[in-house]
Structure formats: C-alpha cells, structure tokens
Design a protein. Structure first.
Length: 469
C-alpha cells in the first residue's frame, strides 16, 4: 500500500490548530503529530518519517483540514442527468474540498426503496470521485419500506413537507405520524407549508396579472411557510422522540423555534446553506433567478441572524449546500417558471472561508468552527463511520487549502464551474482561498485544477443518537 507523509501544515481539527504532520497508508491515517515535537535526528525525526513514506508533501505552512462532508446534494442521477450526474458533480465536490456527499432522493425514478438506493450505489461505485451515501425518500405510500430499510447503508429518511423537484410532498397525516413514531434513523425534513405557498401564489398572480417577477420569490414562498412547517416537524419529534434534522434553515424565526426545542430536550438539529449566509432578497436585482431556490432567499435581517447563529454559541449544527444544478435555459423565467436550485458544492468551503474573513460578526471566530460545521458535526449527526476528523485509524479524507492573505483573489466566473450546468450564483465574487489538493481514502483525486483516478467508497452509518450539540 502506498504511504504519504503530509508535513509542515497548519492542521485544523477538533477545535485546535497546530503546526503538524499526517502520515497515511493505503486508505487510512496512521500517524499524526506536531512538527515542533519532532527531534532533529533519530528514529522519529522528520527525515526518518520521510524515509518511511513513498511520497512526501511539504505543505509550506498551508492549512490542512478533514475533508468536508456535504449531507445535502442533488446530483441528478438517475433521470435528470442533462443537469449533472454523479461523475460531473462528484468532480465538482472534490474540486471544492468535499470528500463525501449524501444525495437526496428526488430523482427520476425517486429513491423510495432499498432497491433504488442500491441502483444509486452501483452508479456511484462506477463513476464517483467522492465517497457517497444516499437518503431514502418518504412518500404518502411507502411507510413500510422506510421502516424496513437498512440504515447502516442509508443516511436517513428525507421527508418533504413542501413541494420541490420530484413531487415527493408528504401531506397524509397518518403517514407522517407513522414515520415519526417508528423511524430508526434521522428524519431530514424540507420544511415549508404547502397551503401557505398556494395562497401566496394566488395572491401574487392576482397582484401581477398572471405572472410573478422573480424578485418576488421570497413572497411566493414566504417565511410563514417555513415557520409553520418547522413548528409542525418539531412538534411531531417532541411527541414521538424522533431524531429530526431540519434542512436549509432560511429565517430568523426558525432559529428561535429550534433553540426553544433544543432547550426542551427535543432531538433536533439544524442545517443552513452558504446561499442563506451570503445572499438576501436584494440580490435578486443583480443575480435574478441564479439565486432562486427552495426555501427562498429571505430578508437581510434573516441573513444577519443566520450568520450570528453559525458562531460557536449558535443553534446551527451543519453547513450543507443543497447543491441543485439546472441548465441555464431551465433557470430562465419568472418566480413560477424558472427552476429552483443552484450549484454550490464546488465553492461551499471557499465561500465559508471568505465569509469568515469578511463578516464583522465572525471576526473573533476561528476557522476551527468551519471545520466543526462542515466536517465534524455531519459525521456525528449521521453516524458516519471513521470520517470527518483527522485521527489515527480514520479514512484519509484530507484537504489542503492555500489561505491567500496577500490581498489578491480570483473573481469567480461561470467558466470556473466544474458542474455540468456550467454556471454559478457566485459570479463576480472574490474568493481568496484556494483548494490545493483533495485526498479521498489516501488518494489525491484533485490537485491544483487537475483530476486523478481514485477509490471512492460508500459511506456507512452507525449511531444516529448524537443529534444535539
């Protein structure tokens, strides 16, 4: 097995940063330590470690972190592959420092059975550069399938309380109750109330005489829809003891609801996405449908509240992307007709690093918390086996980042996009940090713009009980 020594790195892991080294052998991390503790000569010196390794990489003080785990992506495979597939979107993932992903079930056909999960696993084994896992989707008619699923092979149940791509809305009261009472896994919820959205649609169509401008999307899918559905999901979790994960939080109101639920002992965790931390409804005037997504981008006050909550004392547990590519032609139209969703997996880590530099609310927060939100906690919440940390015996999923502090940075353009869709909502945004390399299971699969063959693995899921900080 090939061994690699990665040394002279600023390692960020488990709340600490230190000048250190990592030794990998095959797919695993076998040794970590501080450069400062290495003797000048002898069996444990740097020269001795180099002699033990097949490959040695001098990181020159650049930042080494665990590979990010994106627990919310739509890689469009199968059935929607004109937008992207597991090959193209996993390339985008590793280009962005994401070494593992969990894909959502609203594909064609929908992933609502273990047979459908295995079809996706087979496809991922063939083409993915990143480690892979999948949710099984809830429908109004597959409760028995969910209860009998193998949750060592499936990340959890994805449940849509609001309509989205794939027509997987679950609105049957008896089905919802059965799922929450009997689920043996995390229930990840898209929380928007469909009745409120329908009424908003009617009001806006009347107001605008049959069409709805894209900048009114936050009014088409208003905050009240999120608030009502989040309250409903939390109440179901409170009554049943289910382990609830609320996806893509977009409002300040939901944060307060979740804080209160956590204080009451409800097993609930919360995810937000980079788009809700960097955009607000004013950005529709310059970016239009590029930032149309479900739930909608909300008010400036919501963005500010969400940024505040990603600090160490906040109630946001994870940052995921809701990566959802569409072709440019599919993004044309108004608030009703333009497709909802945006590609984010390639730039999520760099966007968060840039936010940490530029946001006054985060000026005293360290990069350690980004690693907590994007690497450690996703592994904790979904019980992912031996990933998300730099530890001996864990898989060697590692990312080296050049943190450019000299004031120069590249402005992102559509041409920079690896995703098949070929565009980005981050157009014109300066991101000073650069992904130098991404290692998956001990193999460097991305290196300064180039891709290399790797050996991605299926994720395995164990204890789902750690759903609170």
């Amino acid at each position: 097995m090939c061994s690699t020594l990665i040394y002279n790195a600023e390692i960020v892991n488990e709340g600490h940063s230190f000048h250190g080294y990592v030794m990998t052998e095959g797919p695993f991390i076998v040794k970590t330590g501080s450069m400062d503790s290495l003797p000048a000569t002898g069996g444990h010196s740097l020269d001795a470690l180099k002699g033990m390794a097949d490959v040695s990489i001098d990181c020159k003080g650049q930042t080494l972190i665990p590979g990010a785990i994106d627990t919310h992506v739509h890689f469009r495979d199968p059935g929607l592959t004109e937008k992207g597939d597991m090959a193209t979107e996993s390339r985008a993932a590793v280009a962005g420092g994401v070494t593992s992903f969990i894909d959502m079930p609203n594909t064609k056909p929908v992933t609502d059975s273990m047979e459908a999960v295995e079809m996706k696993n087979k496809r991922a084994r063939e083409v993915s550069l990143a480690n892979y896992g999948f949710f099984i989707g809830a429908t109004n008619s597959n409760a028995e399938e969910l209860l009998n699923a193998d949750y060592s092979q499936v990340a959890g149940i994805k449940l849509f309380l609001g309509s989205s791509t794939g027509n997987m809305l679950v609105d049957d009261v008896e089905t919802l109750s059965k799922i929450f009472k009997n689920a043996r896994s995390v229930i990840a919820v898209h929380a928007e109330d469909e009745s409120i959205i329908r009424q908003s649609r009617e009001n806006l169509l009347s107001e605008h005489h049959g069409t709805i401008p894209v900048e009114r999307h936050p009014d088409l899918r208003p905050r009240q829809a999120c608030i009502k559905a989040t309250r409903k999901a939390i109440e179901l979790a409170r009554l049943t003891g289910a382990r609830l994960h609320i996806c893509h939080i977009s409002t300040a109101d939901e944060l307060q609801i979740i804080k209160e639920a956590k204080a009451d002992g409800v097993k609930v965790t919360a995810e937000t996405c980079p788009q809700y931390l960097i955009f607000d409804r004013n950005d529709f005037m310059s970016l239009g449908s590029r930032i149309k997504c479900n739930p909608s981008i909300k008010d400036p006050s919501d963005r500010i509240a969400l940024v505040r909550e990603i600090r160490e004392d906040g109630c946001i547990d994870t940052i995921a992307t809701d990566h959802a590519p569409h072709l440019p032609s599919q993004k044309e139209g108004d608030a009703l007709t333009a497709a909802s969703g945006m590609p984010m997996v390639q730039f999520s880590l760099r966007t968060m690093l840039e936010l940490w530099r530029s946001e006054p609310q985060l000026e005293d927060a360290g990069i350690e918390h980004i690693v907590e939100l994007m690497c450690h906690r996703p592994a904790q919440i979904f019980g992912i086996d031996r990933r998300g940390y730099i530890r001996n015996g864990y898989y060697a999923d590692l990312v080296l980042v050049n943190r450019n502090d000299n004031g120069t940075s590249h402005k992102i353009s559509d041409k920079d996009t690896t995703s098949r869709c070929g565009w980005t909502p981050l157009i014109g945004r300066a991101l000073p940090d650069r992904i130098v390399f991404t290692m998956v299971n001990g193999n460097i699969v991305y290196d300064s713009g180039g891709f290399h063959p790797g050996k991605a693995m299926p994720l395995h899921f164990g204890d789902h009980s750690n759903t609170q900080k």
